[in-house]
Design a protein around this ligand. Structure first.
Ligand code: ADP
Length: 265
């Protein structure tokens, strides 16, 4: 049985059995342990970039500052470290809100094709650096409108595409497609040919701080929270998220979304 670090699942599991006081106390202990574990993870995540930034600043103060070229290079690296810290803190802020159920979704009807195009524009440069092609399978459903919190859904798609670039191979392809599931649902798919994920990791992939390859993820500037955020947002919409992956071949992440109900004239 994998150890779950997902508090909601844990609480649900324990509550099933928490019929008396003793078990309630145990639940509190589990919560406390979970909180400690979370704080431990957070400080660990922050430490690496903080030490990096400190390292460059110290080296600069120790004399590297005199050399104009090195000065610029080190300042740029320190800036990157601070940028990473900001990303991590933003992700932490988001996951805390999502786990507390503090994120109110603002529903609207929006064009999912347009949203995907926006995300492509945002990530074009990042993809180009690895010569990864971003393609959109424009197999138009009858109506391309969906219902949900536009900004949050944008974040879901962004996180999935960013991962496909981060863990993708040079000259690879990421394909996004939208397919009709039923009259009321569409499925948004993000697939890549980036080498895939071994089966044993799949059940834990959406847990916060879970990574297949720790150093690989940190090198890529990952917080380990991207997929946990994705899952929370999708589930807050009462929708479903799926992952399929074949090691050595590629991965496909997909999630469902509601289509607006047709207004009768
Ligand atoms: P991270 O910040 O580490 O990217 P995520 O929660 O977004 O955190 O992803 C968790 C882990 O899942 C990653 O560290 C990586 O090992 C794996 N992963 C996610 N997306 C992909 C993908 N498209 N291809 C291969 N591995 C992936």
């Amino acid at each position: 049985q994998p150890i779950t670090t997902d508090m909601e699942t844990l609480t649900r599991e324990v509550k099933k059995f928490a019929t008396d006081k003793k078990l309630e106390i145990e639940l509190l202990q589990v919560r406390e342990e979970y909180r400690r574990d979370f704080l431990g993870n957070v400080s660990h995540e922050l430490k690496t970039p903080l030490f990096t930034v400190q390292g460059y600043i110290s080296t600069l103060l120790d004399g590297a500052m005199e050399d104009k070229v090195i000065r610029k290079k080190y300042l740029k690296r320190a800036e990157k470290g601070v940028e990473r810290l900001i990303y991590i803190v933003e992700d932490l802020d988001m996951i805390t809100k999502l786990e507390a159920g503090d994120l109110n979704l603002e529903y609207s009807e929006f064009d999912i094709f347009e949203l995907i195009q926006n995300v492509f524009d945002l990530l074009e440069m990042k993809a180009e650096k690895k010569h990864i092609k971003l393609t959109f399978d424009n197999n138009k459903p009858l109506r391309n409108f969906v219902r949900g919190d536009r900004d949050r859904i944008q974040q879901v798609i962004e996180n999935l595409i960013v991962n496909s670039i981060k863990y993708g191979k040079e000259n690879g392809t990421t394909e996004v497609s939208v397919v009709n599931l039923t009259k009321k649902k569409v499925l948004v798919r993000v697939s890549d040919d980036g080498g895939g994920i071994e089966k044993q990791h799949l059940p834990r992939l959406f847990e916060r701080f879970y990574r297949v390859n720790k150093s690989g993820s940190r090198e890529e500037g990952g917080s380990g929270l991207g997929l946990a955020i994705v899952k929370h947002i999708v589930e807050a919409h009462k929708e479903k998220i799926y992952v399929e992956s074949e090691f050595g071949i590629g991965s496909e992440f997909s999630f469902t979304l509601e289509r607006p109900t047709v207004k009768k004239l």
